[in-house]
Design a protein around this ligand. Structure first.
Ligand SMILES: Cc1ncc(COP(=O)(O)O)c(C=O)c1O
Length: 462
């Protein structure tokens, strides 16, 4: 039967033709305009659908993948989905080898395609037999009729972008932009698109975006290897230089860290409605960093590689973000600023250490206060009297009103300088201790758990 009009014969034909949209809120502090190509709108949720289909079509053409064969790949997940989608349509088996830092969503997703998934440790050298590079190569050697795709060194990765993604971009934009930017992993995206753009639109600059801890940008700039460090971003950066890199077409580099990338990824959703993965946040941070250095405004086109779906339990999860120190804490603020925000006066009520319990009680009642710092005659802090500590002994007749105040001292307090961060006393306050705030050694104010709650409710946006 004929296909219905407007339909595609299978899902693979729905890959590509992804939209390009302008950012309207992020980047208001730069004069340049940032446009993003939404590659997560491919059916498998990432740009890697393109290379999955292209590399396997080529493997069939040149006979390296034969009927009934097994497709093997070491992949951070997105390429796995692209390959698994092609394998589902064409009826092939897949084995994927992943590093254990990859999100659970990615692993579950691949298993749902019917693929076998092998998980390997992240923090081992690529040459280590346990690394996902080594394990995938060894599986390919031992499993008969298997094809090791190897997106790192298989040049059909960058050819995909040279022959498909880049012509699509030029066709969509008619070449009407100044700079192209993409995060780098295998190097396929920036090298393939970059080469085509250099040929067809020589005025365009290609900027690679690498992550802190990766060796790629350092190698590109110096021709030397450096020590790779661990990082959390997925898909960006490498600890070796894959064959797909064509450094001749990359004009410059920006380097971005985990935290700024994740916070920007969340801003993309909140401020632009764009639900993308962590490398998209890195890409936008890179574009902004680049734009801030320009003398005159440019139109910058940035690829967003994958969808936010795969990061629901990480970047989009407040607990994960805060447990890993990526959320700016409400407590990272100086105490003097908290007091200012709360509009607290600095004229704290105190009492002399020669006073009696009765005098302290009268003062607390007349001023309507619950804590009273006790000072020596030269103004040094001697102790603290609190209503909780006073009430029971006075009611039970354990103290008489004429007893010296020192009998009723409460030791549940901490002294803290007004310049210190609230985080230094947050735990104590939440344990119902009182913070006596000092300036040049003199008590100037008191901070309680209720003050902190007030501060959080006034300042934190949820
Ligand atoms: C989420 C994500 N962003 C960026 C990249 C980098 O793209 P490329 O490998 O083409 O350099 C990848 C590659 O794995 C990726 O998965």
């Amino acid at each position: 039967m004929e296909l219905i009009t407007g339909s595609q014969p299978n899902v693979l034909k729905a890959i590509g033709n992804t939209p390009i949209v302008k950012l309207n809120h992020i980047g208001q502090d730069v004069e340049s305009d940032i446009y993003v190509k939404l590659e997560f709108m491919n059916p498998g949720g990432s740009i890697k659908d393109r290379i999955g289909a292209y590399m396997l079509d080529e493997a069939i053409k040149d006979g390296t993948l034969k009927p009934g064969g097994t497709i093997i790949e070491g992949t951070s997940g997105n390429t796995g989905v692209g390959l698994a989608m092609w394998a589902a349509v064409h009826g092939y088996k897949c084995i994927f080898v992943l590093a254990d830092k990859q999100s659970k969503e990615k692993i579950d997703n691949l298993r749902a395609f019917g693929a076998k998934v092998v998980v390997c440790p992240t923090n081992v050298e690529p040459e280590d037999p346990r690394s996902y590079y080594s394990v995938s190569k060894n599986l390919a050697k031992t499993i008969p009729n298997s094809f090791y795709v190897n997106q790192y060194d298989n040049l059909h990765n960058r050819n995909t972008h040279y022959n498909w993604t880049a012509p699509e971009i030029v066709e969509q934009t008619k070449g009407d932009f100044d700079t192209f930017m993409a995060t780098v992993g295998t190097g396929g995206t920036i090298s393939g698109i970059g080469k085509y753009l250099k040929e067809k639109m020589p005025h365009v600059k290609n900027i690679g975006i690498d992550c802190e801890g990766s060796i790629v940008a350092h190698y590109a700039r110096t021709g030397e290897y450096c020590e790779a460090k661990s990082y959390v971003l997925e898909g960006v950066g490498e600890d070796f230089i894959p064959e797909n890199y064509d450094f001749d077409v990359i004009d410059d580099w920006e380097i971005i860290g985990d935290k700024e990338s994740f916070l920007m990824t969340r801003r993309l959703l909140k401020e632009e409605g764009i639900y993308a993965g962590g490398s998209a946040g890195a890409a936008i941070c890179g574009a902004l960093k680049y734009a801030r250095k320009l003398d005159k405004p440019e139109r910058i086109l940035v690829v967003l590689h994958d969808s936010g779906n795969r990061y629901a339990s990480k970047i989009y999860n407040d607990d994960w973000m805060s447990d890993n120190g990526y959320l700016d804490s409400s407590f990272d603020v100086q105490i003097k600023d908290v007091l200012k925000k709360l509009g607290k006066s600095a004229d704290v009520v105190t009492i002399q250490d020669t006073s009696s319990i009765g005098e302290a009680l009268d003062l607390m009642v007349s001023k309507g206060i619950s804590q009273l710092p006790v000072l020596t005659t030269d103004g040094q802090l001697k102790g603290l009297v609190t209503e909780t500590k006073l009430l029971r002994p006075v009611l039970m007749g354990e103290f008489s009103k004429s007893d010296n105040i020192s009998l009723a001292f409460d030791n549940k307090y901490k002294t803290v300088d007004a310049n210190e961060l609230l985080s230094n006393v947050a735990d104590a306050l939440l344990q119902k201790e009182v913070a006596l705030v000092t300036d040049a050694g003199k008590v100037v104010d008191i901070l309680t758990d209720i003050d902190v709650l007030k501060y959080i409710s006034e300042t934190r946006t949820y």
